[in-house]
Design a protein around this ligand. Structure first.
Ligand SMILES: [Zn+2]
Length: 667
């Protein structure tokens, strides 16, 4: 990496800086999801072409594991240090000053811990939120423990919010302790210093190992779990109830939903089933910036028995009331905030089952789950060696409602139209299904891709951060199982694009019954089985939904010898209307797309060649043989599915996507 960097004109120190930053980022026991940061003091060229002393610092929110030069803006070090004599500097002015010190005005915002890095005199500084250090410092006497474990080489700073004041205090402590080569900020994390990248990195690892050794000396209690909680309902059944309870109808009548990801590994189960759960889980996260993703407290769902939906709603309502009271308590003290965040939990601990991470996107739900899993480890270790005592509620509020963070949120544009929604596409491994999955993901949905070909499903899903599952939709058991998997991964289902299909041919007067039945299994009964499962999940959510079917032109305009394909498709077209009629009362809308002549697994290059030849046309003439004279693509069909998904006052509608064919028009 260093040699490659030199070739690209990157200074060796900078290449080494990026290298050890990535090593730190690659270790989940040191940092997770944008946590931690690293810096380097080295010469750089300013806009006037002069060589000046610069601070290269990780940009705010960047992941250390994938840090590159673009994520490491260079700042004018003298300009930053000129701030040090000031008595105070509020956070918004600090962010402004950091932006103004960038040597490249287009570079991303530097870390909020920039001034601490700037005011300390060391060339390389590494900062992590290592699990073992957090278990040690989230204690009533964290300072005493740190002195005992780390010795005099580490400066101990009581918890203070990152910013100008902490940076000044740290610089003062460092000048009073010139021998020190690390700084621990209690209940937050560890900074290590070095003249070289290797030295700072080595010190970080050595100190974290010392903390780990200390934890290892206190024996693990054999967790006296409460008697096996009665897991009355599987997590897959609980998830849609939970998702429904945290959904909110906005002023314009849309529903604002969240994604919920379930985790049930053994350490999580041990924690949620422990007698100490309520005492430990509600104290707050082990390092305050987790609060952005996890909120100050998880929602604890105790035993869920009969009347589960009502109980989940009650629990969420109580949580929301509690959260609003927390905001009211602290906003007064801080003199007001611009806009309170939604009052719903980001982590739900379900006794007997495990945890759910929640968020407006699947990524944010996964981050909440990841960070709470990390917290479980730290909290358990901290409680084992003493008493878990994290930063106070007021400290958490100060981070959650930090003014620059609020400004960042306010600057975000509107969410994409399908944000928070879960879409399921069957036959999504190729053709129309793949195009639809990609379009829905681009519009913000969390997408589950089902296909008979599991590898194809995973390939399409992998490119859109979705869930890919192999599933034979003609097997009712496999369909129910797939819905359970989707509920565990995303919490439920809001939009179904029932697209899987295949064409069978045969003259209707002579075709074998088996052919017709086989086609009915896939082209009708599978749609019914998918739709029934969707209704079950959508009713549990109580937030409506949308069922869309690929009906095909054959449903209204039969082709000769295509009876085995057209008949079940006609029944599926009718299914669209029956679901509209029977489930409008559940807020479930339906729609169908009649597509024709799309290049896909059903209409291969070979078939196009044969058919165009049979009609005496070129392949292009054949594909463009419609009123508009243009080839219809899988993307055109995907767009029609999206239009139906977004048309909130439309149900039972059928759209033709065939470039214009009056013989196939609905009448
Ligand atoms: Zn930090």
């Amino acid at each position: 990496m260093v040699r490659a960097g030199a070739k690209n004109g990157i200074h060796a120190d900078l290449a080494l800086r990026l290298y050890t930053a990535r090593l730190l980022g690659g270790n989940g026991a040191l940092v997770r999801h944008g946590g931690g940061n690293t810096s380097l003091k080295a010469p750089a060229c300013d806009t006037a072409g002069r060589i000046i002393d610069a601070l290269y610092i990780k940009a705010s929110g960047q992941d250390l594991a994938a840090l590159d030069l673009a994520g490491m803006p260079a700042l004018d070090l003298a300009q930053l240090r000129a701030l040090q004599p000031r008595k105070r500097l509020d956070d918004s002015s600090m962010v402004g000053a950091l932006r103004a010190a960038r040597l490249d005005a287009d570079a991303p915002d530097p870390s909020v811990e920039t001034l601490l890095h700037a005011f300390l005199p060391f060339k390389f500084i590494d900062h992590t939120h290592a699990d073992a250090v957090l278990a040690l410092t989230n204690q009533p006497d964290g300072a005493g423990l740190c002195r005992q474990v780390f010795g005099p080489e580490v400066i101990i700073q009581p918890y203070a919010m990152s910013g100008f004041k902490l940076a000044k205090q740290a610089a003062r402590l460092a000048s009073d302790n010139p021998e020190a080569h690390a700084l621990v900020v209690l209940k937050h994390g560890l900074f290590s210093f070095g003249d070289t990248a290797r030295q700072a990195y080595g010190r970080m690892l050595r100190l974290v190992s010392a903390a780990e050794r200390h934890l290892g000396r206190v024996p693990r209690r054999s967790g006296r779990a409460r008697p096996k909680a009665r897991a009355s309902m599987a997590a897959a059944k609980l998830a849609p109830l939970l998702r429904g309870a945290v959904a909110e109808v906005t002023d314009n009548g849309d529903t604002c939903r969240m994604i919920a990801e379930f985790r049930g590994a053994k350490p999580i189960r041990d924690f949620v089933d422990s007698r100490r759960l309520a005492r430990l889980a509600g104290k707050g996260p082990a390092t305050p910036d987790h609060v952005i993703w996890t909120k100050p407290k998880p929602l604890i769902l105790p035993f869920i028995g009969p009347a589960a939906a009502a109980k989940v709603h009650q629990a969420v309502t109580a949580y929301a009331k509690d959260y609003r009271a927390y905001v009211a308590r602290h906003r007064r003290r801080l003199g007001g905030i611009s806009a309170p965040l939604d009052p719903y939990p980001r982590v739900v601990l379900a006794t007997g089952l495990g945890l759910f991470g929640l968020g407006p996107t699947a990524r944010e739900a996964a981050i909440a789950a990841d960070l709470f899993e990390t917290n479980i480890k730290i909290i358990t270790d901290a409680a084992r060696i003493g008493v878990y005592a994290p930063a106070s509620e007021a400290d958490l509020f100060a981070i959650e409602y930090w003014p620059p963070e609020q400004a960042k949120r306010a600057a975000q544009g509107p969410a994409p139209p399908l944000a928070g929604q879960v879409a399921l596409v069957t036959g999504g491994g190729s053709g129309i299904g793949a195009a639809t999955a990609e379009l829905f993901a681009a519009q913000g949905a969390a997408v589950a891709v089902l296909d008979l070909d599991a590898a194809a499903a995973r390939r399409v899903a992998g490119a859109i951060a979705g869930l890919g599952l192999g599933c034979d939709v003609t097997e009712p058991g496999a369909v129910a199982e797939a819905f359970d998997q989707i509920c565990l991964a995303f919490g439920g289902v809001d939009i179904v694009v029932s697209n899987a299909g295949a064409a069978w041919q045969g003259e209707i007067g002579t075709v074998a019954a088996a052919v017709l039945r086989k086609s009915f299994e896939l082209n009708f009964f599978a749609h019914q089985s998918v739709a029934q499962n969707a209704v079950r999940v959508m009713r549990a959510q109580g937030t409506g939904g949308c069922l869309l079917f690929n009906a095909s032109k054959q449903a209204v305009n039969p082709g000769a010898d295509f009876g085995p394909y057209g008949l079940p498709k006609a029944a599926t077209l009718f299914l669209t209307r029956q679901y509209a009629l029977d489930h409008g009362k559940d807020g479930i809308r339906t729609g169908a797309v009649n597509a024709d002549r799309i290049r896909s697994g059903l209409l291969t290059g070979k078939m196009i060649n044969q058919r165009s030849k049979a009609r005496g046309l070129s392949q292009t003439e054949y594909m463009e043989g419609n009123l508009l004279g243009r080839e219809v693509t899988a993307g055109d069909v995907a767009q029609a599915f999206l239009d139906l998904a977004l048309a909130r006052a439309t149900t039972g509608a059928v759209i033709s996507v065939d470039g214009g064919n009056i013989a196939a028009a609905l009448r």
